[in-house]
Write a protein that binds this ligand. Structure first.
Ligand code: IPM
Ligand code: MN
Length: 353
């Protein structure tokens, strides 16, 4: 298969983990006879420095002309510490999501048995937990009307019927392909926007009779993912709730550095780690490249390259079992490997497989 991939390394540890993601794609291309071509483009703080815009038009062109976007991370301490900054790296990510129409953010929550002890949750609670959070990504408070003066500020949590229907369709269909259990997470006891979500979900339920659908308030869901993570199969929720819930779910698996995601919608699909740019570690060969490498696996699987995706997952599991791990998940008393070394080990494994 021929795939044109837009590569957006971004800031902080982004370029280092991206190198490993691309190296893995390359070895897969060699092994399976595919042709992947890459076009790199600027985004985030790097793009602000270069052209004053965190998602420049040229980058958007590159993304629009690609089959898929492989993204790493954006964000920089200079902006984090300056709340008055008008142009911020994160705006690049938001602009990209909006302009590419990426309304469905899919964040799988899968555990690795050998890392269960790294989780803040007890092993027996977590073992076998395997669910996916589908976060609406281009609506709600993130994009609703905003206002701010010295005495008053507001953000508008607005959703329209078509926006809700299209994300729920993705959620119901995802549930059909999995264990057929969908949990719609909202705050329908308080918010009008949530009541419309719930009304529309109930209207759609009969179209998916094989899916067992239930409803949960976000405050309760935040607790249940910790106390009963195995309850969940597919969770769907609006943008802000999904943002918060997926940081919570990413840490229960033992390391945030292991969580990939995909964002799908109208134009080019995008694949990125759930974690951020960790600027403190930039250039230090410390960051875990596995979330980026697993994002590459999700990218390939999106195009039906399931054997290729499975081989990447096998290699990632093998690296963890062989204790070839970055410092945050290293075995106590064992050796820690760098970003490059973990990536090289995985490339080598795939080559020899
Ligand atoms: C995420 C991030 C972004 C978000 C930020 C960087 C704007 O936290 O992808 O979850 O809030 O959506
Ligand atoms: Mn977030």
């Amino acid at each position: 298969m021929k795939l044109k991939i837009a590569v957006l390394p971004g800031d902080g540890i982004g370029p280092e983990i991206m190198k490993q993601g691309v190296a893995v794609m390359d070895v897969i291309a060699d092994k399976f006879g595919h042709e992947f071509t890459y076009q790199e483009a600027l985004c985030g703080a790097h793009a602000i420095d270069a052209v004053g815009n965190p998602y420049p038009d040229e980058t958007h062109e590159v993304c629009m002309n690609a089959d898929a976007v492989l993204f790493a991370a954006v964000g920089d301490l200079r902006f984090d510490n300056d709340p008055t900054a008008k142009v911020r790296p994160e705006q690049g990510l938001l602009a990209m999501r909006k302009k590419l129409g990426l309304f469905a953010n899919v964040r799988p929550v899968a555990t690795f048995d050998c890392l269960l002890h790294k989780s803040p949750l007890k092993d027996e609670l977590l073992k076998g937990a395997d669910f996916v959070v589908i976060r609406e990504l281009t609506g709600g408070m993130y994009f609703g009307e905003k206002y701010q003066d010295n005495d008053k500020a507001y953000d508008t949590d607005i959703y329209t019927r078509p926006e809700i229907e299209r994300i729920l369709k993705v959620a119901f269909e995802t549930a059909q392909k999995r264990r057929k259990h969908l949990t719609v997470v909202d705050k329908a006891n308080v918010l009008a926007s949530s009541r419309l979500w719930r009304q529309i979900a109930k209207e759609m339920e009969p179209q998916y009779p094989d899916v067992n659908t239930d409803y949960m308030f976000i405050d309760n869901a935040s607790m249940r993912v910790l106390t009963e993570p195995r309850f969940f199969d597919v969770v769907v929720t609006e943008n802000t709730f999904g943002d918060i819930l997926t940081d919570e779910t990413s840490c229960i698996t033992g390391s945030m550095g292991l969580q990939p995601s995909s964002s799908l919608g109208e134009h080019t699909p995008l694949f990125e780690p759930v974690h951020g740019s960790w600027p403190q570690a930039a250039g230090k060969n410390l960051a875990n490249p596995l979330a980026e490498i697993l994002s590459a696996a999700m990218l390939l699987e999106h195009f039906g390259l399931n054997k290729e995706g499975a081989l990447i997952r096998e290699a990632v599991n093998a690296s963890l079992d062989a204790n070839v791990r970055t410092p945050e998940i290293q075995v106590e008393g064992g050796k820690a490997y760098g970003t490059k070394e973990v990536g090289a080990w995985i490339v080598d494994y795939i080559k020899k497989a």
